[in-house]
Design a protein around this ligand. Structure first.
Ligand SMILES: [Mg+2]
Length: 374
């Protein structure tokens, strides 16, 4: 069999401003945009793949945009010459070259998967084990200082076509509960609501928050209430409703620990946090085996990132596919050409083209920070 090798790797960094101006998480963490790295990998026969991965600020995950640029610069040389048709083998090469720093591995890993799918002449969801180009429901965060603000924002989200809302909480447990209850009253019982604390509650504050929600918990999913799996597990004595773990899902071991604690009714797998599609697909497949609901997404990006989640979610069995995001609607820039992954209130692979089916707009990306070749 003819060998194929990675001949060139190029990386760009880009800041993606929010269309709505800002994004707020518990603890007064406010950002005005997201940073992402875009990577293109080209094989010696001219086949190429592209990937995007990034995060929101420096206070969400252990991730710094400048560290991602430094890591991708180093890893770009490490993967030159490797056969891109085995993304797992390329990932092992990256792990051998650099310990940790999954956010630096993620955009390269995604680009290599895109290239592998193009080389196989198949859409990526097929390569990842999907049955079809199936749709994943979209959610959108709801922010608002007061209960009335949050209820108004929730209405706006419904008018934008979203049917699943993520209300940001994690500060004052009483006001936060009032905001969740105001949103529930505004949108009715059919709309799915996640209350996402982004690690913001202490255990005692989380206990107070769920008590304020009332006996039925307002029918919400509680997302990452406290910063550690242990505190989330301690909260089980006060919360019998569904709990979803996001920030703590850093690895397969973390998933298994959350499962052991009985708090993984659902998990959110972020590509940047775990190191790209290779580890995300493993964690996803184990979660599916354990009967855990799965969201695959990231913490930054535009339509390139959205399309990547669309393919990963389309290869998750429907009964355990939770929801995902459409960052292209959040930001003012897109740096790819091709169909939008958003389809109304769903995300879906929109083309049977090989790989992700998208091409870069290099004129939007500007000068690369790394461009190495064999
Ligand atoms: Mg979350």
């Amino acid at each position: 069999m003819a060998r194929m090798r990675i001949e060139r790797v190029t990386g760009w960094s880009i800041h993606l401003p929010y269309a709505e101006g800002s994004y707020r998480m518990a603890g007064d963490r406010v950002t005005t945009g997201m940073d992402a790295v875009v990577v293109r990998v080209v094989a010696d026969d001219g086949t190429m793949g592209i990937g995007e991965s990034g995060t929101v600020g420096v206070t969400f995950d252990a991730h710094h945009a400048a560290g991602q640029v430094a890591g991708v610069t180093m890893l770009a040389s490490a993967v030159l010459g490797a056969d891109p048709r085995s993304p797992q083998a390329v990932h092992r090469l990256m792990n051998a070259a650099l310990t940790g720093h999954p956010y630096a591995k993620s955009p390269i890993d995604i680009a290599v998967w895109d290239l592998a799918a193009r080389a196989a002449d198949t859409p990526m969801w097929k390569l990842l084990g999907g049955d079809g180009a199936e749709a994943t429901p979209l959610y959108r965060p709801v922010q608002g200082a007061t209960p009335a603000d949050a209820a108004a924002k929730a209405h706006e989200r419904l008018n934008q076509g979203y049917r699943r809302l993520q209300v940001k909480v994690g500060d004052d447990p009483i006001v936060d509960a009032q905001r969740v209850l105001a949103v529930r009253e505004a949108v009715g019982d059919e709309t799915v609501i996640f209350a996402d604390a982004n690690c913001g509650f202490s255990l005692s504050a989380a206990r107070r928050f769920v008590r304020e929600l009332g006996v039925d918990g307002a029918g919400v999913f509680l997302e990452q209430p406290c910063a550690t799996l242990q505190d989330c597990a301690h909260l089980r004595d006060s919360w019998a409703g569904p709990m979803v773990i996001d920030e703590c899902i850093t690895s397969l071991a973390a998933l298994l620990q959350a499962y052991e604690y009985g708090i993984a009714d659902g998990v959110t797998i972020k590509l940047t946090r775990v190191g790209g599609i290779t580890p995300a697909a493993t964690i996803r497949d184990v979660a599916v085996q354990l009967g855990i609901g799965v969201t695959v997404e990231d913490a930054s990006g535009c339509n390139l990132a959205d399309t990547t989640f669309a393919h990963l979610n389309a290869s998750t069995p429907a009964r355990l596919r939770t929801h995902s995001v459409d960052f292209d609607s959040w930001v003012t820039i897109t740096h790819v050409d091709g169909p939008s992954a958003r389809d109304g209130s769903f995300l879906r692979p929109q083309t049977d083209a090989p790989g992700l089916g998208l091409t870069l707009r290099e004129e939007v990306l500007g000068d690369p920070f790394v461009d190495v070749s064999v």
